[in-house]
Design a protein around this ligand. Structure first.
Ligand SMILES: C[S@@+](CC[C@H](N)C(=O)[O-])C[C@H]1O[C@@H](n2cnc3c(N)ncnc32)[C@H](O)[C@@H]1O
Length: 158
């Protein structure tokens, strides 16, 4: 498969997974969290499909497209673990989280996601959904939406 096809499939899975999760959390109270602002694509999508939710974003750097800069109060700039701990200590409960951290080195990305899983779990509302580009541990794995090939994107319930 060409890299173009592979990227398109990943983006499609990401979008379909986020849309599916947004429907799953309808009527459940809580905020949304995008882990990895990057270019701001997924943040932009989340704020579009969930306009009534507060969307927190974590990234160590602010380098997104100018149209996707989050409000200062919702952007947690810094390393993921202390930022997650801050969310927890302030009592915020996350009902939908999207995990998109990574360096692009599979082994390191998998290890980081596993190590970060307990602190992610600590900010989740009971029954909340995590949509993830990397395998997480300690959550109930869900099938997710139809049409996403196994392993391309991952879905969990807290
Ligand atoms: C793949 S990009 C996110 C792409 C984004 N979801 C989008 O749609 O544009 C990953 C981002 O996560 C950030 N990142 C990776 N590991 C991190 C960590 N441990 N703490 C904070 N930010 C991290 C990087 O700075 C990078 O901007």
């Amino acid at each position: 498969m060409s890299r173009l096809d592979s990227m398109l499939r990943r983006f499609t899975a990401q979008r379909d997974g986020l849309n599916w999760a947004a429907a799953e959390i309808a009527g459940v109270a809580g905020d949304v969290l995008d882990m990895g602002l990057g270019n701001g694509r997924t943040y932009d999508h989340l704020r579009e499909i969930l306009p009534d939710r507060r969307v927190w974003v974590i990234d160590r750097v602010l380098q997104c497209h100018p149209s996707c800069v989050p409000p200062e109060a919702d952007f947690l700039q810094g390393e993921a673990v202390p930022m997650l701990e801050r969310l927890k200590s302030e009592g915020h409960k996350i009902v939908l989280a999207h995990y998109d951290f990574g360096f692009g080195v599979k082994e390191q990305d998998v290890a980081e996601a596993a190590a970060m899983s307990p602190v992610i779990a600590s900010v989740m509302a009971k029954g909340g959904i995590v949509v993830s580009g990397q395998p997480l541990v300690g959550f109930e794995e869900l099938k997710g939406p139809e049409g996403i090939p196994e392993g391309r994107y991952l879905f969990y319930r807290a």
